[in-house]
Design a protein around this ligand. Structure first.
Ligand code: NIG
Ligand code: FE
Length: 397
């Protein structure tokens, strides 16, 4: 199929947005075969069916590279508590937070988890998301962690979307192991990681390095186990305080380090050397009324690619809009609209270790979003407005 008469933000190359004014895109066998100016369309492409996009904007399909879409229950009560002055950390230490979602998730059937996740996934798909990452981490026992990962995989059978799964059993210490984090890692996290990997349920391994979660030495154990299974790693680090998780993750060649509000310029330098992507999560920053900004300028100075994601979860970021995450990335973190768009396409792909998507260029997957806007900056500019016109997945509209 040939898409004609469109503006293209290809995110490819070094020009702003990789923009092509009045361009065309030729798709073959679920891939981009050619992209360029309307006047240069190859002869062979002219023989395919063509669609006139009437001057609309085409971007790569959006990629949400950090979500916790699968969970049971909700945490509206904690939202109320926080508004009454109790902090996220206090709630977590009192057995709420991640641990309250744990109870609801353990009790939920596989089908109930699937239905809940599909509702949130549909909101993302409605905004042109074509690849989504989904983490486990609300089971914190073998059965429920595996169930969450199976649900994540099943999402791709129910919707036309690619799902990347991340094993996050090192998210919190469950009550049955209170005060015994290392035993939890050795007896549950690591053996279950092996089972999940055997069943093909894991694309990457993640952890939460924080005062209310795991120390760097504990995360290092998880990363060693991942390495033995040839699984790439990523980390929730420096979200609420500086713990040194970023330096560890960089040293281990992590695909990404996520959150990063309390990261330093030295952390940015280490990430740059390691090639790790900084995944910024303004939905969590906003929800927790955080005031410490991630070091965006240091990431720029050190050429660390920045991705943006929803972090969709029931506690710190009940956000199911990647467009709003882009807006928040600009308004709260002072990212440019171009950085925001790269953050949900090109750099989001890289945060997942995927090189076949995130740009519009020959050989890339034909995953595209067509927008009823003129300029790419409009995608980050509006609030609560969805200008998606068509979503194209694997060359199919
Ligand atoms: O990415 N930071 C840790 N994990 C999640 C929040 C989990 C929760 O509060 O349920 C996050 O923000
Ligand atoms: Fe998260």
């Amino acid at each position: 199929m040939l898409l004609t008469n469109c503006h293209v933000a290809s995110l490819h190359g070094d020009t702003p947005y990789g923009a092509i004014q009045t361009g065309a895109i030729w798709m073959r066998d679920a891939k981009i075969a050619w992209v360029g100016a309307k006047g240069d369309i190859p002869t062979a492409a002219r023989e395919d069916a063509s669609v006139d996009l009437e001057g609309r904007l085409v971007t790569p399909g959006l990629i949400d590279c950090h979500t916790h879409l699968v969970f049971g229950g909700d945490r509206a009560d904690e939202f109320e508590k926080r508004l009454n002055g109790v902090s996220y950390e206090e709630i977590a230490r009192a057995g709420g937070g991640i641990l309250s979602t744990l109870t609801a998730t353990r009790q939920a059937s596989e089908d109930a988890l699937l239905q809940g996740a599909l509702t949130r996934l549909d909101a993302l798909i409605g905004e042109g998301v074509t690849t989504v990452e989904v983490k486990s981490g609300y089971g914190l026992e073998a059965d429920t962690e595996l169930r969450m990962l199976r649900v994540a995989r099943r999402l791709a059978k129910h919707r036309d979307i690619d799902v990347q799964t991340t094993y996050l059993a090192a998210h919190a210490v469950p009550p049955e192991y209170a005060g015994q984090a290392v035993a939890y890692l050795d007896e549950i996290v690591i053996p279950t990681m092996r089972l999940a990997a055997q069943d093909g349920l894991v694309d990457a391994v993640d952890g939460f390095c924080e005062g209310i979660a795991f120390s760097t030495a504990q995360i290092a154990r998880v990363f060693d186990a991942a390495k033995a299974l040839n699984l790439p790693v990523k980390l929730h680090a420096e979200q609420l305080s500086h713990q040194g998780g970023t330096a560890l993750a960089a040293q281990q060649g992590a695909l990404s380090v996520d959150h990063l509000e309390y990261a330093t310029a030295a952390d940015a330098k280490a990430m740059s050397q390691a090639g790790s992507v900084a995944v910024l999560l303004p939905g969590a920053f906003y929800t927790l009324r955080e005031t410490q900004m991630p070091p965006v300028q240091a990431f720029r100075d050190h050429d660390v690619p920045m991705a943006l994601a929803t972090d969709c979860n029931p506690g710190s970021s009940p956000l199911a809009s990647l467009l709003l995450a882009m807006n928040m990335g600009c308004t709260l973190f002072r990212m440019t609209p171009e950085e925001a768009l790269a953050g949900v396409t090109r750099h989001a792909a890289r945060a997942l270790g995927l090189s076949d998507r995130g740009e519009i260029a020959p050989g890339q997957r034909a995953d595209l979003a067509v927008w009823d806007v003129q300029k790419p900056a409009e995608l980050a500019y509006r609030i609560g407005f969805n200008p998606l016109y068509k979503r194209i997945k694997g060359g199919v509209v």
